[in-house]
Design a protein around this ligand. Structure first.
Ligand SMILES: Cc1cc2nc3c(=O)[nH]c(=O)nc-3n(C[C@H](O)[C@H](O)[C@H](O)COP(=O)(O)OP(=O)(O)OC[C@H]3O[C@@H](n4cnc5c(N)ncnc54)[C@H](O)[C@@H]3O)c2cc1C
Length: 472
C-alpha cells in the first residue's frame, strides 16, 4: 500500500518533494532539543495550499496521520512524528512568500512557511515593525508561531502571536480550505475560528496563510541591564517601569545568577557588564516614536528613582546598537548554554505577577531542600509573568541519571506550586507530546473534555497530529 501512496503523493507535489530516503528525512525527524526522534512514511514539501489540501484528502482517504511542521524549533515535540513509520511529516518551508504589505491597513499577508526573521526584515524595509520576536527567529516559521501561539520578548507591549493575527487560511482535516485571510480588526460573525486554530499545534487544521498586524517602526530604542538583589525588588522595578514608561516599555527580561553562570561557563567571552554577579540581572528595553532624547531622559529618571528607592544596585545603559545587541545576546544564549550543559528539567510556566514572588520563594525553598546542590536555571519574560524555571543537576552529576530519577517528582513539585499560585504549566511553548499528561492533570476536567470534544468534531478520524495536545 505504501508504494501506491508514495506514487500518489508524488503526483501531488512532484518527485523531488516527497522525501523517503533516510538521509533526506533525518533532519525532519528529531526535535530541536533532541528529546524525540520519530520515523516517517515520507516528508512532504508542498508549494501551495491546493497541494496541502490534496495531501490531506489523500491521507484522510488512506487514514494516514499528518504531522504539520514549520521550522521544527518547538520545545514540546509537537512537530516530531511518532515511531510507527506510518505518519507523514508535512513541512511548509516552500510556502515562504510574502503576499502583500498593506500600508494603509497596517497588515502583512503571508504564507505559513515564511521565516520569522525574514518577515521582520521585509516589514522593516517598508517602514514597519513586525513585533513578534524570539531566539529562534532565524529558523521558526509564521505557521509554527501561530500554531504554538508563540510569545517571545515583545509580548509586554504587543501581545503574543494570537494578538498579532487578524486572519488565517487553514486546510481542515477533511482537506477543505477555509479562506479566512481578512485583515479585519473587528468581525463578530459568530464563533471565532481564527482563535480556534491559533495555538492548536497542528491538531485541528493546517495553517497555510495568515494576515498579521504591523506597527510603525520605533525611532529609538534604549536597552539597559539592571542589577537587583531579590525578586521583590525586581517586581517593584517592573511596576515602576509600567507606571512611568507605560507603553514605551517593550521588554522586561529576568536572568537569575545561576542561568548567567551557565553562560559564563560555556561562552566565557560573554561577560555581564554589571558588577559582582548580582542575584538578578534584568534587561529592560524602552522604544519610542518621539525622539531619542525623550526616551533617554525618561530611562535615566526611572533608574534614578529606582536607585533612590533602593530597588536596584547597579545599571548599565547600552551606549550603541552593538552593545544593546550584546545584552540581548546574553539573554538569548541561555537557551544554548543549557543545551550545551546537557538536558535539564524544564518548566515554561506563568503565574500572575501578584503571586510571582511567592512562587519563586517557595518553589526555590522546596527544590533546594529536597534536591541539595541542584542549580535553578530561572530566567524568562518576567514582564509577562513567564518564567523558564529549569532544574539542572548538581555540578558533576550525570543529567540523564538525575533526570530519570527525579523528573516526575520535580515536575509535580513545580506544577503544584504553579497551581497554588493560579498559573499555567505552559506559558508559551505549548503542549505537544511533552506536556500531554501535564495538560490532562492540570487543565481541569471540564476544560480538558471540551478540548477533546473540539478535536473529535473537527478531526473525527484523528489524522491531524494525533496524540499531541490531547489524546482522543
Ligand atoms: C533558541 C530558541 C528560542 C526560543 N524562544 C522562544 C520564545 O521566546 N518564545 C516562544 O514562544 N517560543 C520560543 N521557542 C520555541 C519555538 O521557536 C516556538 O514554539 C516557535 O513558535 C515554533 O515555530 P516552528 O516554525 O519552529 O514550529 P515547529 O516546531 O515546526 O512546530 C510547532 C508546532 O506547531 C505545529 N505546526 C507547525 N507549523 C504548522 C502549520 N503551518 N499549521 C499547523 N500546525 C503547525 C507543529 O505540528 C507543532 O505541533 C524558542 C526555540 C528556540 C530553539
Amino acid at each position: 500500500m505504501s508504494h501506491n501512496i508514495i506514487t500518489e503523493l508524488v503526483s501531488i507535489v512532484g518527485n523531488s518533494y516527497v522525501l523517503t530516503a533516510q538521509e533526506d528525512t533525518a533532519p525532519y525527524l528529531t526535535d530541536w532539543r533532541r528529546r524525540y526522534t520519530g520515523k516517517a512514511l515520507a516528508v512532504l514539501l508542498p508549494s501551495n495550499t491546493e497541494q496541502v489540501a490534496a495531501i490531506v484528502k489523500l491521507c484522510a482517504h488512506h487514514n494516514i496521520a499528518i504531522v504539520p511542521q514549520g521550522g521544527h524549533t518547538g520545545f514540546c515535540g509537537g512537530a516530531t512524528p511518532d515511531n510507527s513509520g506510518k505518519q507523514v511529516v508535512l513541512n511548509l518551508k516552500r510556502m515562504n512568500h510574502i503576499l502583500e504589505i498593506d500600508a494603509s491597513n497596517q497588515t502583512i499577508s503571508l504564507e505559513a512557511g515564511c521565516i520569522l526573521q525574514s518577515v521582520q526584515e521585509q516589514a522593516a524595509a517598508q517602514g514597519f515593525l513586525f513585533p513578534l520576536n524570539l531566539g529562534a527567529k532565524g529558523s521558526c516559521m509564521i505557521g509554527g508561531n501561530l500554531a504554538t501561539n508563540a510569545g517571545g520578548t515583545n509580548v509586554l507591549r504587543y501581545g503574543n502571536t494570537r494578538d498579532l493575527c487578524l486572519g488565517l487560511e487553514v486546510v481542515t482535516a477533511q482537506g477543505e480550505i477555509w479562506h479566512g485571510m481578512k485583515g479585519l480588526r473587528k468581525d463578530n460573525t459568530g464563533y471565532d475560528l481564527r482563535d480556534l486554530f491559533v495555538g492548536s499545534e497542528g491538531t485541528l487544521g493546517i495553517i497555510t496563510g495568515a494576515v498579521m498586524k504591523l506597527y510603525p517602526l520605533p525611532i529609538s530604542q534604549w536597552t539597559t541591564l539592571i542589577a537587583t538583589q531579590d525578586i521583590a525588588s525586581t517586581i517593584a522595578l517592573l511596576n515602576l517601569f509600567q507606571k512611568r514608561a507605560t507603553s514605551l516599555l517593550t521588554g522586561f527580561e529576568m536572568m537569575a545568577q545561576e542561568s548567567l553562570a551557565l553562560n559564563e561557563k560555556h561562552f566565557p567571552q560573554m561577560a555581564n557588564p554589571l558588577q559582582g554577579r548580582p542575584p538578578f540581572t534584568i534587561l529592560v528595553e524602552l522604544s519610542d516614536h518621539e525622539s531619542e532624547e525623550h526616551v533617554r531622559q525618561l530611562l535615566e529618571s526611572i533608574l534614578e528613582e529606582a536607585f533612590e528607592a533602593g530597588v536596584i544596585s547597579d545599571a548599565v545603559i547600552a551606549s550603541n546598537l552593538t552593545q544593546a545587541n550584546s545584552f540581548w545576546h546574553m539573554r538569548e544564549q541561555i537557551t544554548l548554554a543549557q543545551a550545551t550543559e546537557g538536558a535539564n528539567l524544564k518548566h515554561d510556566i506563568t503565574v500572575p505577577l501578584s503571586t510571582l514572588e511567592s512562587f519563586i520563594t517557595e518553589t526555590d525553598r522546596l527544590i533546594r531542600a529536597q534536591y541539595p546542590g541542584v542549580r535553578i536555571i530561572n530566567f524568562g519574560h518576567l514582564g509577562d509573568g513567564n518564567l523558564h524555571y529549569n532544574i539542572a543537576p548538581p555540578e558533576g552529576v550525570d543529567p540523564q541519571t538525575f533526570n530519570a530519577a527525579n523528573e516526575k517528582r520535580v515536575h509535580e513539585l513545580v506544577y503544584g506550586q504553579v497551581e497554588r499560585c493560579g498559573g499555567s504549566i505552559s506559558a508559551e511553548h505549548g503542549v505537544g507530546q511533552l506536556k500531554l499528561e501535564g495538560l490532562r492533570a492540570h487543565k481541569g476536567a471540564v476544560a480538558h473534555d471540551l478540548m477533546k470534544t473540539l478535536k473529535r468534531a473537527l478531526d473525527p478520524q484523528n489524522i491531524l497530529n494525533p496524540h499531541k495536545v490531547v489524546s482522543i
